[in-house]
Design a protein around this ligand. Structure first.
Ligand code: GAR
Length: 225
């Protein structure tokens, strides 16, 4: 019997490189999620053409047509999700804050990738802010979405070193490479029902996930010598 792959919508606002990484992962027959829809809040999002080229249904709900009416925007988004029979929603560079109502209706089925090691640097310009703060490790987070912006139980994180002379662009590229590996893994865990939320909804645990191999359990920067 074919196992039921979770029908997933990817919500984007722009380039869509994380979307492309998820599409590539979902092309494997044993991946536990299928991409039923790519939806953008902007018609000019470059990711839409990439999705269409991959044969994935796309939809646009222009948020600028819903100024001051976030519920109306979300109703239109949810109509598209319902039409596509969506079970999971993956935000991938989706630059709209969702209302508590939307988040509540999709609780436990709504996931986001954020370009920092949350809870450090929620919000925008994370790479420039990490450089300004002088942190030596930076990275990305995949988390379930809860009502607060860039909050919610953390499923997985990847860290990268901040290097001497880094620019925000160089650091962003180093983090993005990790996003492209981390997000497909985390979405697979969620789709396979392996993510358990505990501690009153504050923490997530991945069942059966491997721990880092011995000797690789710590990333130090600078490296001691
Ligand atoms: C990614 O770095 C993602 O983490 C970030 O936007 C970029 C989108 O790139 N998301 C946020 O900042 C959400 N608050 P992509 O369109 O190439 O995936």
């Amino acid at each position: 019997m074919a196992s039921a792959r979770k029908r997933t919508a990817i919500l984007i606002s722009g380039r869509g490189s994380n979307m492309a990484a998820l599409l590539e992962a979902a092309a494997a027959p044993d991946y536990p999620a299928s991409v039923a829809l790519v939806l953008s809040n902007r018609a000019d999002a470059a990711g839409l053409a990439r999705a269409a080229a991959a044969g994935v249904p796309t939809a646009v709900v222009e948020s600028r047509l819903f100024r001051g009416d976030r519920e109306g925007f979300e109703r239109a988004v949810e109509a598209e999700l319902a039409r596509a029979g969506v079970e999971l929603v993956a935000l991938a560079g989706f630059m709209r804050v969702l209302t508590p109502g939307f988040v509540g209706r999709w609780e436990g089925r709504l996931v986001n990738v954020h370009p920092s090691l949350l809870p450090a640097f929620p919000g925008l310009d994370t790479h420039a802010r990490a450089l300004a703060a002088g942190v030596r490790l930076h990275g990305c987070t995949v988390h379930l979405v809860s009502a607060g912006v860039d909050e919610g139980p953390i499923i997985a994180q990847a860290a990268v070193p901040v290097l001497e002379g880094d620019t925000a662009e160089a650091l962003a590229a180093r983090v993005l490479e990790q996003e492209h590996a981390l997000y497909p893994a985390a979405l697979a865990w969620l789709a396979a029902g392996r993510v358990r939320v505990e501690a009153g909804g504050r923490r997530a645990r991945v069942e059966g996930a491997a721990e880092p191999p011995p000797g690789r359990g710590a990333l130090l920067n600078p490296w001691p010598r």
